[in-house]
Design a protein around this ligand. Structure first.
Ligand code: 26V
Length: 826
């Protein structure tokens, strides 16, 4: 059988054989690590294996670098505070086509590839969707031969590890680098100085021109660490460059000069704290100084790096937009806009108007949210203290911008105030999304509906002023990691049916449509799904000690815990089923056996989210032990959902829960991964669900809930959740059961915090959508009973969601925003 993961085409410049691979592996272990094979720990073996695989990528990587610099082609620089990469070894094996060679080579030494691979700690340098999207995008850019670099932060601690203590979330640090990373190349020689604090001064230069300089108060070193980003089926290997903060030698000097050793070391700690830990908040910015430091730190280092290392010496910076486009992944890197202005005007002496014109041509901005509370603002006080020159530049940008607004809308002072980069209340603060919008060529949302709502609501004033600045690029996911690697069974089935072209051209999945009508294909498809469930059941038994049946419907909701995503709605459905059984309204034997799986981290300071986690675990404890429900309904909530777990769970899913309140989820990308792996979606018309629904068709999607305009109407009319509770017996039953203490050993107050909010405010209309959701779940039950029809729908979901490849997203960015071209490595 021909497997995709074999990737028999090899793009390595030094073709590997089992013999050469083995000798390189042994050499690594022995002569680089100083370890005898007989005494090697599993981590020793992993390090040696990773370094062996890496060795087969390096020539292509270096060839890529020289090709890209020689041609002087336009590059894409992706600026992102997060990259949620997932395990590196399997992806490197897939890209290099070395999987089978590695497996055979290790087997000959009596070792097992999967066992060694399992010791990899994934780099969790992201919170959720935004960080994972960045990882998918750099994979696609590499695969499509686009000269591109990803810039970000090498956090020493990734997203926290979640555990449950008495059902409540506890956070542990994630020291992912404690054993070193075999995938990184440190370049202390290429470190960049980044300044903070200080003050600004005016002076007259030699030519008699009035200029400003920023006298920095202190500075840190940004040390780059390079990671290879191998394209699939190409020699192209791009670079991810992550910055690590290091104290400058100035600290050593201070030690000697001031004689205050402790203070000097403390100062060093302060400097190196900048890249210490990723902020685990993923929607409510806290306005913390360290976070702004992180943002400026990586952005200043990245601009300096691109200008001084990538562009040729003496390059005329008024043409920088011809050589690079900086993509701003949300507002986190937006301080890059005043930073480029500072470089052009203060350091290079370019006049303001030219500099501003060039800057706006160089940046583009992607917005990833719709929640007003998620829009970043930085207090003028903090920004002015940390980056005094940047604040001046922002004020000047704002002054000129407001003049433009007043010219376009004479007398409309209200509009000018609304559009100002500076917000006055509750405190004077810089609105980063506005600065991004003003300083960029293009602004895009991440799904059709989201982009529409940006135009019509969040950034409406800006879209009226500059309609052509706004565009959409619907998100996508990489089919390499989320199909070829994570679901080898399905990948092989697809390849047998239509060939392997889909891996780089996902629209070709359309060719699967006729196979949905083929009973023997459907049965093979079901066999793959069943095997994936077995694999997941085994993993979860090992990883979490949770015993699950493999022959059940896998109903899955995995994503960050947020009220707007409505994990509560899913939970109320489960409680409703239990309540109906307890009341004798429903026979347990009539329930299709179901495993309801949750995976969700809550921001550590997000009280409501943490209470909901506790409630899910409390309900799970009771439901999973209720004699009535044995073999019928079970909740699985494995802790610490991450990319590694996603890759095992998504291929096992039958039902994908995408139930956010319409108008709140910008896009979602999990929704795409599930559909692509043959799960049917139960979902609202929100984010990219809308596009999934349009593509797969109404018969193959369980649509429910208010639409975005209906939500607006309900809210405008004065939403009263209590009325839904009073008016709906089964809803009242479910909520009353929770309130009765049935899930809290009789404690009636245990979940007061959650319930009183639901009944009083319910900002995200859980109760308003409850009945529609329960009805849709009833349709799921009926549909699942007909396995032939279900698998037909599932196959059509796979066949019709090729659109959601991140390769397509990148092509859209290229066509609509970046205008960069492939530079294949020969
Ligand atoms: C925001 C913040 C706020 C300050 C502290 C750190 C931090 C870190 C991340 C974020 C990003 C929140 C926005 C976000 O993740 N949006 C998600 O982006 C996905 C990719 O476009 C999209 O699929 C999701 O719908 C959207 O919620």
């Amino acid at each position: 059988m021909h497997t995709v993961t074999e990737n028999t085409q090899r793009f390595s410049s030094s073709p590997a054989t089992v013999e050469s691979f083995t000798s390189e592996f042994v050499r690594q272990l022995r002569y680089e690590q100083g370890v005898d094979l007989g005494f090697a720990s599993s981590d020793d073996l992993y390090q040696a294996l990773a370094r062996t695989v890496r060795r087969y990528m390096i020539d292509n990587w270096l060839d890529t670098l020289s090709t890209q610099t020689a041609k002087g082609a336009k590059a894409v620089a992706y600026l992102s505070a997060e990259y949620l990469m997932g395990p590196q070894l399997p992806n490197a094996l897939l890209a290099t086509g070395l999987a089978e060679v590695a497996r055979d080579s290790l087997a000959a030494l009596g070792l097992d590839l999967d066992e060694i691979g399992a010791t990899e700690v994934e780099p969790g340098l992201g919170n959720g969707g935004l960080g994972r999207l960045a990882a998918c995008f750099i994979d696609s850019l590499a695969t499509m031969d686009i000269p591109a670099v990803g810039y970000g932060i090498r956090y020493e601690y990734g997203i926290f590890r979640q555990t449950f203590v008495d059902g409540r979330q506890a956070e542990q640090p994630d020291p992912w680098l404690s054993k070193g990373s075999p995938w990184e190349f440190a370049h202390p020689d290429m470190a960049v100085e980044v300044g903070f604090h200080g003050h600004t001064e005016r002076y007259t230069d030699a030519a008699g021109v009035e200029r400003t300089r920023w006298v920095r108060g202190d500075c840190v070193l940004a040390v780059p660490y390079n990671y290879m980003v191998p394209g699939y089926g190409t020699k192209n290997v791009n670079t991810l460059r992550l910055w690590s903060a290091k104290a400058t030698n100035a600290f050593d000097l201070q030690i000697f000069n001031a004689g205050d050793y402790e203070a000097a070391v403390r100062a060093q700690t302060v400097a190196e704290n900048i890249s210490k830990v990723i902020y685990p908040e993923d929607s409510t910015p806290q306005g913390k100084e360290l976070r702004l430091k992180q943002q400026y730190f990586f952005v200043a280092a990245s601009l300096a790096d691109f200008i001084n290392q990538t562009l040729p010496q003496g390059f005329d910076l008024t043409k920088i937009h011809e050589r690079v486009t900086f993509q701003l992944n949300d507002t986190h890197p937006v301080i890059a806009i005043p930073e480029l202005m500072r470089i052009l005007v203060d350091e290079r002496g370019i006049d303001w108007a030219t500099a501003w014109d060039v800057t706006r041509k160089t940046f583009n901005y992607t917005c990833h949210t719709l929640l007003p509370e998620a829009l970043e603002v930085w207090s003028v006080e903090l920004l002015g203290r940390l980056l005094p020159r940047h604040l001046e530049i922002i004020f000047q940008i704002n002054e000129e911008f407001l003049a433009e607004v007043r010219k376009a809308y004479p007398g409309d002072e209200l509009r000018a105030r609304r559009m100002s980069i500076i917000q006055e209340q509750p405190e004077r603060a810089v609105r980063m999304a506005f600065l991004a919008s003003i300083g960029s060529s293009k602004i895009n949302g991440v799904a059709e509906l989201h982009s529409q709502l940006l135009r019509d609501k969040v950034l409406n004033d800006f879209s009226e002023l500059w309609p052509s600045k706004f565009t959409n690029v619907t998100n996508g996911v990489t089919p390499r990691r989320f199909l070829a690697l994570s679901n080898p069974g399905l990948a092989n089935l697809i390849t047998e049916a239509i060939g392997e072209g889909w891996v780089k051209d996902l629209e070709r999945l359309r060719e699967l449509e006729p196979f949905a009508e083929d009973a023997s294909f459907r049965s093979e498809f079901r066999a793959v799904k069943a095997a994936n469930k077995e694999r997941f059941v085994e993993l979860i038994a090992q990883r979490d000690g949770i015993e699950l049946p493999a022959d059940a419907m896998y109903d899955v909701m995995v994503k960050r815990l947020h009220e707007y995503k409505r994990q509560m709605l899913k939970l109320l459905h489960v409680v409703t089923l239990y309540d109906r059984v307890l009341r004798g309204e429903l026979r347990a034997s009539d329930i299709t056996p179901r495993v309801v799986t949750f995976g969700a981290k809550a921001a550590p300071g997000y009280k409501m989210a943490k209470e909901i986690i506790a409630l899910i675990n409390a309900v799970a404890k009771v439901v999973n032990h209720a004699p009535e429900l044995q073999g019928r309904l079970q909740i699985a909530f494995p802790a610490n959902y991450n990319v590694t777990l996603a890759e095992k769970l998504i291929p096992a899913a039958d039902l994908s829960e995408q139930i956010s309140l319409a108008g709140k989820e910008a896009s979602g990308t999990g929704n795409m991964k599930f559909a692509l792996n043959g799960a049917l979606t139960i979902g609202t018309l929100d984010g990219a669900n809308v596009e999934i629904y349009d593509l797969v068709g109404d018969e193959h999607f369980f649509l429910f809930g208010l639409t975005e305009p209906q939500v607006a109407d309900v809210v405008d009319a004065g939403y009263k959740p209590g009325a839904y509770y009073e008016g709906n017996r089964s809803l009242k039953g479910a909520i009353d059961l929770i309130a009765s203490g049935a899930f809290s050993n009789g404690d009636r107050n245990a979940f007061e915090f959650v319930l009183s909010d639901l009944l009083g405010k319910d900002r995200f209309l859980v109760l308003a959508d409850y009945q529609a959701y329960v009805d849709a779940q009833d349709k799921v039950e009926v549909a699942y009973a007909d396995q032939e029809a279900w698998s037909r729908s599932a196959i059509l979901n796979v066949a019709r969601t090729g659109f959601f490849s991140s390769d397509r997203s990148i092509q859209d960015y290229l066509d609509r925003i970046w205008h960069a071209k492939p530079q294949p490595v020969r």
